[in-house]
Design a protein around this ligand. Structure first.
Ligand code: AMP
Length: 469
């Protein structure tokens, strides 16, 4: 199956090729032809499945003909958070590069003047969060009766955030004859009801029930005592071949404190949480995307919908209170074909939350254990104490290889910043070329089989006793 088989225009095929995609993801293969045939659609899909392109791409072709009118957007995409809205807008710009379509982004937390000016000039696609849209609508600054296509994205999240009444109101102001698409990672009853009310004979596409069934993500729970969480995290950051990680915590104060602590411990980390203004959040995100920091400590709302390719790890420092958040959090890794690892710390106070997560995903999350430990063998002996410094100690000081905007694009530019640990690819390559034994490595008996990378063969840190059975 290729994108050309799906009926997209040559201009879009070119944009898709420029984006570097060779094959449609399953949701794209199913959704694109249906949207082009003007059908309504329910997409049950989590982030990381390529769902954004599954509606943005065909929308561009659907909207390609027609006239723009002042204050009357021709199509509307509703997103629960500003970050997610901004990200969909980025997608539009990327895929719509060869089309003459006008887009406006209507989100809270930024000046309204420019947004209004664009609306006045007429837009083909309006991407909005419900709050800001309602605000403008109530002030008569926008008319919705010219809007023939509606996308409700991340509907379950909209539900969590209390946006359903707003969405019902917005739907009631749109023309009855229109095309509607609804995407959601899960389908709780209020969302099913919304779909029944506002969609017309929709095609239903389900690509994966829950994140736990995403085979690209290896997920573990790590039983810990609350006071061991920090050390356990540090140990995993130092030993699980972490390239880039998002660490989620339930409270903003935890986010702030944890980031400070990680920085004190020499990690390159940043933070993003709801108390930061929009500008600071975007700045911090950009630093992460550019590879200036490789660890981002985040709260749920702030991190919603982050699209960062190649995040190798997600850590749930706390088990999320809302099980849906688990699906969204671990969906940050294992995106579009890349594999990832997700660790959820479970202390006594997380017991109920983890039970809810397992109920939602319909399976028990594997407990992290001996056979799952991924360390560099040459470092295993040196790192017996769980000190992350031991991992770094014997590595030559190298200029930092920062990640480019896209994962895998490594820049060799020297940096002023302090040197970071080598990315996994580099470290793996070096362990292939030289034997694992060096002067610092653990002594092994002559008849020891070489231990494949990824298997634990060294002393076991204390916290791992749990789950070793
Ligand atoms: P989404 O599920 O929309 O959040 O997309 C996840 C990631 O997959 C984004 O970074 C997209 O750029 C990327 N992506 C979308 N479609 C494809 C594709 N057909 N091939 C490879 N990557 C894709």
């Amino acid at each position: 199956m290729t994108f050309a088989d799906l009926g997209l225009s040559p201009e879009l095929l070119k944009a898709v090729e420029d984006a570097g995609y060779t094959e449609p993801t399953p949701i794209q293969a199913e959704a694109i032809p249906a949207v082009l045939m003007m059908k309504d659609l329910i997409g049950i899909a989590q982030t990381g499945t390529g769902k954004t392109a599954s509606f943005v791409l065909p929308m561009i072709d659907v909207m390609a003909s027609g006239r723009r009118r002042a204050l009357m957007p021709r199509s509307l995409i509703l997103e629960p958070t500003r970050e997610l809205a901004a990200q969909v807008a980025e997608n539009f710009e990327k895929y719509g590069a060869n089309h003459d379509l006008k887009m406006a982004l209507l989100i809270g937390g930024v000046q309204m003047g420019d947004q209004l000016k664009t609306l006045n000039e007429g837009v083909d696609v309006l991407i909005a969060t419900p709050g800001r849209l309602m605000d403008l609508f109530e002030r008569g600054k926008i008319l919705l009766n010219g809007c023939e296509l509606l996308v409700i994205d991340e509907a379950d999240r909209m539900l969590d955030m209390g946006f359903i009444p707003d969405i019902e109101f917005i739907c009631s102001k749109l023309p009855e004859t229109r095309q509607t698409m609804l995407f959601s990672a899960t389908m709780p009853p209020p969302i099913a009801k919304l779909a029944k009310q506002f969609l017309n004979n929709p095609k239903r596409i389900e690509v994966s029930r829950a994140a736990s069934t995403n085979e690209n993500i290896t997920a573990f729970k790590v039983p810990v005592k609350s006071r061991q969480k920090r050390d356990t995290l540090k140990w995993l950051l130092g030993n699980d071949q972490v390239e880039t990680a998002i660490i989620f915590a339930n409270r903003k104060t935890t986010v702030r404190e944890l980031n400070k602590q990680l920085q004190r411990d020499g990690f390159r980390s940043g933070e993003i949480h709801g108390d930061m203004d929009q500008g600071s959040r975007i700045k911090e995100l950009d630093r992460f995307k550019a590879g200036e920091v490789n660890i981002l400590v985040a709260s749920d709302v702030a991190a919603r919908g982050l699209d960062i390719k190649g995040v190798s790890h997600v850590f749930n420092y706390d088990t999320p209170w809302h099980p849906d958040d688990y699906v969204h959090r671990i969906g940050r890794t294992g995106r579009a074909g890349a594999s990832g690892r997700a660790f959820t710390f479970v202390a006594d106070e997380d017991a109920e939350a983890i039970a809810n997560v397992e109920k939602l995903t319909g399976s028990e999350i594997k407990t992290y254990g001996k056979e799952d430990v991924r360390v560099e063998l040459a470092k295993a002996g040196a790192d017996a104490g769980g000190s992350t410094d031991a991992v770094r100690e014997d590595e030559p000081e190298k200029p930092k290889r920062s990640r480019g905007k896209k994962a895998g694009v490594d820049s060799e530019q020297p940096s002023d910043e302090k040197p970071a640990r080598k990315p996994r690819r580099e470290r793996e390559a070096s362990s292939d070329t030289k034997p694992a034994r060096n002067s610092r490595s653990r002594r092994r008996d002559e008849d020891d089989e070489p231990v494949p990378a990824g298997e634990w063969n060294g002393p076991k840190p204390g916290f791992l006793d749990v789950g070793f059975g």
